[in-house]
Write a protein that binds this ligand. Structure first.
Ligand code: GDP
Ligand code: GDP
Length: 438
């Protein structure tokens, strides 16, 4: 089952970030070599009992004045409605019920999304609880008292949130059609690309059952194979604040990426690869998705025999955390190499699901170890006992070692490269889990 997306919505200062940090805990995903993505806490992995989900904080930008608070909250609520499976609407018991709370609540209620009402700053469950009852007036069900700062009521809140998650043995599993998210900064050509994909291929429906979003999932048939394209371009948010536009585009990307098997990252050839591209790409990498990098508007730039080489080098440089990604140069306008895009997607679908036998893996690992001795620390040498593949999408390997502390990132990377030398695994990240065996 795909990971559920939970968004936190509320006025400034009600405690969104505090709650976000409590829920994300230590789990805020930190992949050392993924730049940008982890600097701002827009999204994080969270778990509660046996459930794991992706948490999104829709806030984060301080409105400059009171009169923009409401419009900004509406934007945030809309983003949550567009992207989340469950919305936590958070209010503040100390400030009480405020007009903008009610207005935003109307909007949330109309969306028919599951909404969980949290009343924060109930620091004293005996004393403050009476003030909580006015929040029934919002008409979205029971208010759940919490104190984010003192971590009170959090478990009960999460129980309610998780009740809205589908049972994991749902029908979703049966759907084998590959899902491909098209992501990228505004104006790189995402909509044009989607239109091109649709235009040249038979479109069957544009509304896949089971998705709660606006009709942005499109089923496309190409060479008698089916693909579902998840288009983030349609979900545009207008805003004057640059950081806000950027934040929204990241939130959109997170939720699209979460639902996808493969992510097509669109880059604008006329602009070259940027930090913002790296942030968006980092999300897909972090999430272990298959990756295709599409350099679009290839028709619009002057080219000589070095151009492809230069673009490739710049992309490898800025996106150095995903050397495995395939890069193709396309034009959504002229249709150049659109067929190639399908070929690359097919290849990535295959590599993401590839399984390698334990025997071969252990041969590769022993050879690698023989070629380059594992590191030592304080006189103790790392020993690698055994490797086995435990999952696909992304291919995931467990390596048993004598001491986890000794298994440096760079040595894991070395083993990864040896596996890639033999099997390629083009277009997919590989995941390594290091376990100790005494
Ligand atoms: P945001 O703007 O909605 O993200 O709110 P913050 O998380 O930044 O919190 C705003 C203020 O409320 C900060 O000063 C927090 O320390 C405070 N705060 C957050 N949670 C609680 C709580 O449970 N009780 C009390 N008394 N204060 C809290
Ligand atoms: P989105 O915001 O990423 O969905 O980008 P759009 O699809 O709306 O495209 C933004 C602009 O780039 C539009 O003016 C498009 O006509 C233009 N554009 C998109 N793809 C191409 C392309 O392959 N070549 C050229 N020359 N222009 C393109």
């Amino acid at each position: 089952m795909r990971k559920q997306v939970v968004a936190i919505v509320g006025r400034p200062n009600v405690g969104k970030s505090t709650l976000f940090n409590v829920l994300a805990g230590e789990k805020i995903s930190i992949v050392k070599d993924t730049p940008g993505v982890t600097r701002d806490r827009i999204y994080a992995d969270a778990t509660w009992l046996d459930k794991s989900f992706t948490l999104i904080d829709t806030g984060g930008i301080e409105p400059e004045s009171n009169d923009v608070i409401l419009s900004q909250m509406r934007d945030q609520a809309q983003i949550a409605i567009d992207t989340a499976d469950v919305i936590i609407f958070i209010t503040d018991v100390k400030q009480g019920l405020v007009d903008s709370d009610s207005k935003v609540c109307d909007m949330l209620r109309k969306s028919k999304k599951p909404i969980v009402l949290a009343v924060n700053k109930v620091d004293n469950f005996q004393k403050d609880i009476l003030d909580m009852y006015e929040f029934y007036n919002l008409g979205i069900g029971d208010p759940h008292p919490i104190s984010a700062a003192s971590r009170l009521g959090i478990g009960d809140l999460l129980d309610v949130v998780c009740e809205y998650f589908p049972e994991s043995d749902g029908e979703e599993e049966d759907d084998e059609t590959p899902k491909i998210a098209i992501v990228g900064k505004p104006n790189v050509g995402k909509s044009s690309l989607v239109n091109k994909l649709l235009g040249e291929n038979r479109v069957i429906v544009s509304d896949i059952a089971g998705t709660t979003r606006d009709a942005i999932d499109t089923l496309v048939t190409h060479d008698e194979k089916e693909y579902i394209f998840i288009d983030t371009a349609g979900l545009r948010r207008k805003s004057k604040i640059k950081e806000e536009i950027e934040r929204f585009s990241i939130i959109r990307a997170v939720s699209a990426v979460e639902r996808a098997d493969i992510v097509v990252i669109v880059i604008d050839a006329t602009e070259g690869v940027t930090e913002q591209d790296a942030k968006i790409a980092g999300i897909a990498h972090d999430r272990g998705k298959g990756i295709v990098i599409c350099v679009n508007k290839w028709d619009a730039i002057e080219k000589n025999d070095k151009t492809i080489y230069e673009h490739t080098r710049d992309i490898r440089d800025v996106l150095s955390f995903m050397p495995y990604a395939e890069i193709i140069f396309i034009s959504a306008k002229t249709g150049q190499r659109i067929n190639k895009l399908f070929d690359v997607i097919d290849m990535v679908i295959e590599t993401q699901s590839m399984r390698v036998g334990t025997g071969v893996l252990n041969e590769i690992m022993s050879e690698a170890v023989a070629l380059q001795q594992p590191p030592t620390d304080k006189g103790k040498r790392l020993k690698l006992f055994y490797i086995t593949q435990v999952a696909i999408k992304p291919p995931t390997f467990v390596i048993f070692v004598n001491d986890k502390q000794l298994m440096h990132f760079s040595y894991t990377r070395y083993i990864e490269n040896k596996i890639r030398d033999t099997f390629g695994f083009k277009g997919t990240p590989l995941k390594f889990i290091i376990r100790e065996r005494k």
